[in-house]
Design a protein around this ligand. Structure first.
Ligand code: NAP
Length: 267
């Protein structure tokens, strides 16, 4: 079993991708600390895992609450022992023109998608470094490498998370602690609004199932590759955008016009 006995703290554990990921990790022998706000959903998931012979503890936490966040590493340590892997998966999304964005939501999005993962890594790393082993896993998005119109706040948060992952990996190069950045393309989960699904259909966007993405994520965690970009041709576009972004500008031009219609409706 690939994740046998690994103690894994996973945020966003009861979400669309999180739930499938947690179930697979538990199947592979991991012991899980499940984090999110919805205590019932987390406890239900923990009970399901335990009934299947696995180990999981629900640790309901609002990651936007700095003091609740500060207490999380110790709660996880008490529940499971020293944490081997931190999976930063909780996230929110916005689909609108930036001028239509609610300022409180903008603040919330950046704190949840970027600040909370950085802060959790900051708090959990010292014990990993002391033990000379550990893994920080940050779940980004294709939109963390290709800036998408009308997803500017979300793209900015995931670009930030990717930058953090790269810098942290270099910072930790000789410590025994690895950093894994995983970037799915669109996934069919409650993260995306009805307007996004209508837009995705109009522009023929590829959408994966959460089960498929969870399988990829669990495999990427098992081999701490530097970065994992999920899905083709999106993984190719990420490379092209890094080298010749003008080509991607041109390719997205027509799509942007269509997307704006849906972004205005949802905004
Ligand atoms: N779905 C996609 O198209 C897609 C594509 C690429 C990348 N991703 C990334 O994958 C990750 C998971 O997305 P998903 O599709 O599984 O979304 P989801 O189904 O909406 O789940 C999001 C999770 O985040 C948790 N969360 C939200 N606010 C929180 C808070 N303040 N404190 C603690 N937990 C909070 C939610 O739990 P509670 O509500 O219980 O707090 C939920 O479990 C995100 O980082 C997302 O950016 C998703």
């Amino acid at each position: 079993m690939q994740h046998q006995q690994r103690r894994i703290l996973i945020t966003g554990a009861a979400g669309g991708i999180g739930r499938e990921t947690a179930l697979r990790l538990a199947d592979q022998g991991a012991q899980l600390a499940l984090v999110g706000r919805n205590a019932d959903a987390l406890r239900g998931l923990a009970a399901e895992i335990t009934a299947g012979g696995g180990t999981a503890q629900a640790l309901p936490t609002d990651l936007l609450d700095a003091s609740a966040r500060a207490g999380l590493p110790e709660r996880a340590r008490v529940a499971l022992g020293e944490i081997d892997v931190l999976v930063n998966l909780a996230g929110v999304l916005s689909f609108c023109r930036i001028e239509d964005e609610d300022p409180d939501r903008l603040d919330m999005l950046l704190r949840l998608n970027l600040l909370a993962p950085m802060d959790l890594a900051r708090m959990i790393l010292p014990a990993m470094i002391a033990r000379k082993q550990g893994q920080i896993v940050n779940v980004g998005s294709t939109l963390g490498s290709i800036g998408f119109a009308y997803f500017s706040a979300y793209s900015a948060s995931k670009f930030g998370l990717r930058g953090f992952s790269e810098a942290l990996r270099r910072e930790l190069h000789d410590t025994g602690v690895s950093v894994t950045y995983i970037a799915p393309r669109a996934v069919r989960t409650p993260l995306n609004s009805a307007a996004i699904y209508r837009m995705a259909e109009a522009v023929k966007m590829n959408i994966d199932s959460p089960e498929r993405v969870a399988k990829w994520i669990v495999a990427a965690i098992a081999q701490p590759a530097k970065d994992a970009y999920l899905g083709f041709p999106e993984s190719l576009f990420v490379r092209i955008n890094a080298v010749v972004p003008r080509l991607v500008d041109a390719a997205l031009k027509g799509q942007n016009r269509m997307m704006e219609r849906f972004a205005r409706v949802s905004g």
